[in-house]
Design a protein around this ligand. Structure first.
Ligand code: DI6
Ligand code: FE
Length: 406
């Protein structure tokens, strides 16, 4: 076996995302067997079977959207419009609206219908250089419907050039058949649904919605214990609407991430820092809900908690399929630096999925999941609003056009 690389990307600048941007100008990057085999100054490039002239583009790690509910059926623009025309929350709830309308639509959808509705959203994300995508269940809320969501999520990764990490979010809302019996529902999740779905290989991580209107800390802890019994990592929707100290709970379990975090306390920040739990920031939901309490960015930065940025793509609170826009919002609304935003969509997002050994930075040995951009400098990725400078994308060493038709 020769040491000659399969493919050499030349005439480009690298943002390796190791120690900040980790810029290497006038660089080259070699791929062998789908992995990064070498990177450095163009003048030192090794021989390769083929060359790809990048025309002076910038290359970053492929982007990672580490928090989405992108597989679901139906949409809630009707409710959104009704509210903007003066309907109250109660009016909408009385007409069966809100999260339960998505649950009804998702329960009625077979896997092909879920895919038909979800693939265009995913394709939109992938056109912006996303190469890894987390997809949560949580709009089925019964075994068969949660299984369909997770099977559809796995199929997204077979139908489109993207690595998919699945998360079981059965503890997202209380299904109507368990009204008034939340503990019985959590029993069903822990003892029946999660073990079966994990057995089928459908679950990479376990999440819950820990909130006054969601699940209690005690119920969340039972989910985490069930996950631990199955050897699955945990993450948590925490401190989105109020401080429940959910982030401390997920940190105590060595969780991958705590997500949302607008109402995060200093004690929880300290617990996350000690545990290495990533703070996943979701500015789309903050924007769409017109929230006013910002996550404590300066304190997270001070405590050296890794911050990720994701779309939270969902029909109720963040109907968003642009990770670049989420990065812009994190900078504009919350004062992340453009470098933090890009780390948040690459290296730190990979950590939030436990995939930091495989993806998230440009380093020898990592998977060759890459994005090429027609930009002047890395900050341009968070700067522009509604502009997509992605020139092409590389999945495991295979080059594809940025735009995909599904
Ligand atoms: N937090 C949210 O913002 C979404 N889920 C969650 O746990 C809302 C989901 C929806 O309204 O459909
Ligand atoms: Fe979410």
């Amino acid at each position: 076996m020769s040491d000659t690389a399969d493919l050499l990307f030349t005439n480009l600048h690298l943002a390796t995302m190791v120690n900040g941007y980790g810029e290497i100008r006038d660089a080259a990057l070699a791929v062998k067997d789908g992995r990064i085999a070498w990177l450095g100054p163009r003048a030192d490039a090794p021989p390769a079977m083929a060359q790809h002239d990048c025309g002076g583009a910038w290359m970053t790690p492929g982007l990672v959207d580490c928090h989405t509910h992108i597989v679901h059926a139906g949409n809630r623009s009707n409710e959104w419009e009704a509210r903007l025309n003066g309907a109250s929350y109660e009016d909408i709830a009385r007409q069966g609206g809100g999260i339960m309308s998505t649950v009804r639509a998702t329960r009625e959808a077979d896997v092909d219908t879920l895919l038909a509705q979800s693939l265009p959203r995913v394709a939109r994300l992938l056109s912006e250089g996303v190469t890894t995508l987390e997809i949560k269940s949580g709009y089925g809320l019964d075994l068969a419907s949660e299984a369909r969501m997770l099977r559809a999520a796995r199929q997204v990764g077979q139908r489109l050039p993207v690595r998919v990490a699945t998360t079981f979010l059965g503890a997202h809302a209380l299904p109507p058949e368990f009204a008034g019996r939340a503990d019985d529902y959590v029993d069903a999740l822990c003892e029946d649904m999660l073990p079966r779905l994990a057995q089928e290989g459908l679950v990479d991580a376990v999440d819950a919605f820990c909130e006054r209107i969601g699940f209690s800390n005690a119920q969340t802890e039972r989910m985490f214990l069930a996950a631990r019994r199955l050897g699955l990592p945990v993450k948590l929707h925490a401190e989105q609407l109020s401080d429940q100290q959910g982030a401390q709970l997920v940190a105590r379990f060595g969780g991958l991430s705590a997500d949302h975090l607008e109402h995060l306390s200093q004690a929880s920040i300290d617990a996350m820092a000690r545990a290495g739990t990533v703070a996943v920031l979701l500015p789309g939901a903050y924007y769409f809900l017109r929230e006013t309490v910002q996550p404590p960015i300066a304190a997270l930065r001070e405590a050296k908690v890794a911050m990720a940025v994701a779309t939270d793509c969902n029909p109720g609170t963040s109907p968003m399929t642009s990770l670049l826009l989420a990065m812009n919002m994190a900078c504009t609304l919350w004062r992340l630096t453009p470098q933090e935003a890009l780390l948040g969509a690459t290296a730190h997002a990979a950590r939030a999925l436990g995939l930091q050994e495989e993806i998230g930075t440009l380093e020898v040995g990592k998977c060759a999941d890459l994005a090429l951009w027609d930009i002047a400098r890395p900050a341009d990725l968070a700067y522009a609003i509604g502009f997509n400078p992605c020139r092409s994308v590389v999945n495991g060493g295979i080059v594809r056009a940025a735009h995909l038709s599904v």
